[in-house]
Structure formats: C-alpha cells, structure tokens
Ligand binder design. Structure first.
Ligand SMILES: C[S@@+](CC[C@H](N)C(=O)[O-])C[C@H]1O[C@@H](n2cnc3c(N)ncnc32)[C@H](O)[C@@H]1O
Length: 177
C-alpha cells in the first residue's frame, strides 16, 4: 500500500478551468501575480499550468507525494515553458518548507485539512494567502468565499484565507460573493 501510494498518490481530481481562471483574477486583485505559489498536492500539474497561463509572472512549485505524477508533471512542463516555468517536487506536503511562500493553493482530501491548517498556521508568513478549492479549513474563517458553479454552489466554492499577523490571526469574514 505504501509503495502504491508513493507511486500513484490518490485523489486524481483537478481544479476546474473556470475556478482556475477565477483564482487567477483573485491573485491579481491581491497584487500577488508575481509572487511565489505552492500547489500542495499538484497531481499531474493541471492547476499549475492553468494558473501559470492566467498569471505568467508567478513562480510556481507543485508538490505531490506521487512519483509518477511528479514525473509526468515535469514532462508536461517542457511544453509549457515561459520565463518562470514551474518546478515539481516529489514530497509529502507536511515535509515542505512553506515559510517563504506568498500563496498556498490547496485542493486535497478533506481529512488532511486539520493537520495542514496547523502547519500553515505555524509556518506561513504574515500577509500570505491560502486558497482552497471545494474544501475548507476546519477552524480558520475565510476572508472571502467565491462561488464558481451556481448549480453546485457549496461544493465548488473557492475559499480565501489571509494571514495578517504573527500571532496566527486570520481576517474575520468580510463579504460573501
Ligand atoms: C485533488 S488532487 C489536486 C490536484 C491539483 N492541485 C489541482 O487542483 O488540480 C490531490 C493530490 O494531492 C496528492 N496528495 C495527497 N496527499 C498528499 C500528501 N500528504 N503530500 C503530497 N501530496 C499529496 C495526491 O497524490 C493528489 O495528486
């Protein structure tokens, strides 16, 4: 089971094109279009390449525990080169250093969210954003929620969390769109 997990990972779902385009606009609205983004659980790189097209100035690192997915994402990156072509790390998201990143993107199985919230709360720098798609953190309150799909509403929402100071405080809810 451990070998299968290391080779193939799990949860092969991709962020939709509509959601990726909207996340590009959200990143630009926060003036973070030239910043460092980590896709925590990058799978085959679908979100990474989509968001790179939307925000070509981003530096992007995809992290996935699956060796095969990481290899394939690296292969795909040969066809998606621009001046900031993305890097892909084969690693467990709980082992990577997130202390220097500006944006963490998260679309992961829900059971991972409590431990990931604790890690990001400890390590993310003030001013950075965490953006989740379809899943939300258990105790943080999002600063913004975007609906990407009116038919399926809650299921396909995008949640924005902003770390605003050193003492682990996140903004209170501002508005709902
Ligand atoms: C739902 S996919 C997300 C794909 C991509 N981020 C997107 O939005 O299109 C989740 C990915 O997380 C990976 N994953 C799950 N647990 C992980 C962990 N602990 N460390 C690294 N990757 C993990 C899985 O292998 C899978 O490829």
């Amino acid at each position: 089971m451990h070998i299968m997990d290391a080779l193939f990972g799990d949860a092969d779902f991709e962020t939709s094109k509509e959601a990726t385009a909207l996340i590009g606009k959200i990143i630009a609205a926060h003036n973070l279009q030239n910043s460092l983004l980590y896709d925590l659980g990058s799978c085959w790189g679908g979100f990474v390449f989509g968001i790179q097209t939307a925000c070509p100035g981003l530096q992007i690192v995809g992290v996935d525990k699956s060796r095969i997915k990481t290899w394939l994402a690296r292969l795909r990156s040969l066809y998606h080169r621009n001046q900031n072509f993305p890097r892909f790390l084969k690693a467990d998201i709980f082992d990577v250093d997130v202390s220097k990143i500006d944006l963490a993107f998260v679309y992961l199985p829900r059971p991972l969210l409590p431990a990931l919230e604790a890690k990001l709360q400890k390590d993310l720098k003030p001013g950075s954003l965490a953006i989740t798609y379809r899943v939300n953190f258990p105790t943080w309150r999002p600063t913004q929620i975007f609906v990407t799909d009116l038919k399926r509403r809650e299921r396909n929402n995008i949640f924005i969390y902003k770390k605003i100071n050193k003492i682990l405080t996140f903004d209170k809810l501002e508005f709902r769109k």
